[in-house]
Design a protein around this ligand. Sequence first.
Ligand code: CZF
Ligand code: MG
Length: 202
Amino acid sequence: MNEVIIATKNSGKAKEFIQMFESYGITVKTLIDYPELPDVEETGETFAENALLKAESAARLTGRPAIADDSGLVIDALDGRPGVYSARYAGIDKDDKANNRKVLKEMAEVVDDQRSARFKCVLAVSFPDDRESIIVEGDCEGRIAYEESGTNGFGYDPLFIPEGFDQTMAQLEPNMKNEISHRAKALRKLQVSLTELDGGMK
Ligand SMILES: O=c1[nH]c(=O)c2ncn([C@@H]3O[C@H](COP(=O)(O)OP(=O)(O)OP(=O)(O)O)[C@@H](O)[C@H]3O)c2[nH]1
Ligand SMILES: [Mg+2]
């Protein structure tokens, strides 16, 4: 497998997958390269359900194996919000800035030791034939900052301080994020699962 389809239209995710797959010598195509494919409605109540919906649709429509990523930020003090609704937390137009403002406002009164949170990523691989889909998951623990810092990454990265660091994810070098992130952890597990299939990932 020298090329893989990632069923995402999120340019932040796409960039990270391109960088992470580079080390395997694998080229990444995303739905940004297939503008004719219809949007999939994310009607699931869990990351896994949504990842499967996106992967199955892409595999069926392209006739090739496809990986989808459903991910988000889970904040303990907000009872797990924004969770599966992370992309559209402040409204349907997926506005990262507005999402961050909303989280900061909701977290304004929350004290230091109650600011724990984690990024979650579920990856689903689906196949155009009758092979069963594969699902793996990765988490990245951390806490919510009091203000935005940094310009790398995307989404809530300027607000999220990963465990073991005193900078936000958006202040870390992209290579560092791609070592420690929820997405990187899930992808490493996927490699293990895929090597169990014929041909593996290479
Ligand atoms: O700061 C962040 N760093 C990350 O590493 C990260 N990963 C996910 N997220 C948030 O969760 C939503 C995913 O929602 P999501 O999985 O439905 O994706 P999406 O709708 O943006 O694109 P698609 O892949 O569905 O096409 C994103 O938009 C972000 O708000 C992240 N934020
Ligand atoms: Mg989505």
